[in-house]
Design a protein around this ligand. Sequence first.
Ligand code: ATP
Ligand code: MG
Length: 556
Amino acid sequence: MSEAEKRPTNFIRQIIDADLESGKHSSVQTRFPPEPNGFLHIGHAKSICLNFGIAQDYKGLCNLRFDDTNPEKEDIDFVNSIEEDVKWLGFEWSGETHYSSQYFDKLHGFAVELIEKGLAYVCFLNADEAREYRGTLTAPGKNSPYRDTSVEENLALFAKMKNGECKDGECVLRAKIDMTSSFMCLRDPILYRVRFAHHHQTGNEWCIYPMYDFTHCLSDAIEGITHSLCTLEFQDNRRLYDWVLENVSIEVTPHQYEFSRLNLEYTVLSKRKLQMLVEENLVNGWDDPRMPTIAAFRRRGYTPGSLREFTKRIGVTKMDNTVEIGVLEACIREDLNDNAPRAMAVLDPIKLVIENYPADQVEQLTVKNHPSDETQGTRIVPFAAELYIEAEDFREEANKKYKRLVIDKAVRLRGAYVITATRCDKDSDGNVTTVYCTYNEDTLGKNPTDGTKPKGVIHWVAAQQSLDAEVRLYDRLFNVANPAAEEDFNSVINEDSLITISGAKVEPSLVNAKPEHAFQFERLGYFCLDNKDVKSDKLIFNRTVGLRDTWAKTAN
Ligand code: ATP
Ligand code: MG
């Protein structure tokens, strides 16, 4: 990570500073605890950068722990993609990957301890009854009729649950806390339920699985986590987190701190909703470049540094807010403007014939890979009598504002000569198919001396030598800023969120393009080779992000 990525400051870091200063902790241990039930998204990137960033800056450790207590919804493919995404973002976790399921034996022991202390009981209320007994936000709950079962009987019942003698949903183990608490999570929360499900880590060893609230705090304690950072929806649950740790025999007591989730305009950031998009085929999988997943950003040419920079810019607070897409796009644009090599591509080609250029000549022009970064070197771009230019870069007539090619007017071909258009051919619909021009051979890297003033600079590729390409232009997936509020995604999907251009032409050097590594296609935006789809007859490029208007004008 570069020196330029300076230390951020936020309320959590202030707490850590105070804890280190007071001697409450002598070192810092954090963790990132994803549930392997989907791909990581940009919201997770915020949490990753926070947890791993703190560990890095305080010379502490950060664990990667899969919070894997819902076997039916989880999958080893998600485990693998999450590990890959964390590494790609530039972070290393401490030691082996951890799994909450590694602690199932210990967690079971703590549950038995709670039963022995008279603090947990097996409850046979069905789901409807349990709801009724729970009460509401305004009305207290009622004690379960099973609340006063003896310790011995509870131990026997819990053993039955564990031994597979109870059916799915027949009973649960509940903590005995307070059915009248104003915190719903303290109204005798469920600690264990019966699930005859195969687990991706523990196989068929268990048919009871612990609940998140019971598992998380204990896993944190087992791992010696000092600061357990999570999002605000767990604020109330902190009472339960603390209750469990106070009532079992465990020495380490981590503390939970909550920060606000990232919300991004025109995007949904909930795995459940992202999964709906995938299942309803509204996108082509979790890594569809229109998704807000890390895998999708990567496929689209975003860099790890740009996502880290984004999380730095949005900061960490307790305030609910929604970030504009522009903030994210600015991070990748700034990165790629500085770092992406330049190349030329023509998305909507028409022929340009240079009538005074020798028909059989091909010149190998040396062109800079970056306008200001000399270290990026140069490349060879072939130039010949027949080129392609963008259809929109030519008009038969135009006013002064049009700084491109017009009949009897001159423009510079980027990195090559100044040309003057003379005439054009059109098809039966009146569309221009070929533009004819002459070139001034004394203008390679020099201004014309004959008084011609080129109106602007346009990009081009050599017709014969160019490569065929498919270019995919992405836009926001939704038409509304807050799609999460919609009942039905179908009605707010942006129909133009993917535009596929199948007849593009790109310069031959792009045969060496590496997937995920973006180029600036001169005057068009940033694009990278797709990392997944392959076609035998053409290269497939994804648009990372468009150029800012001002850059398009100043680019030369
Ligand atoms: P989702 O709501 O998308 O399903 P989750 O919280 O259930 O997310 P987890 O896999 O449990 O997903 O999340 C792992 C960590 O990432 C948690 O600590 C969680 O708080 C954090 N996280 C998830 N979404 C966001 C977000 N939008 N902004 C910041 N942190 C997030
Ligand atoms: Mg979660």
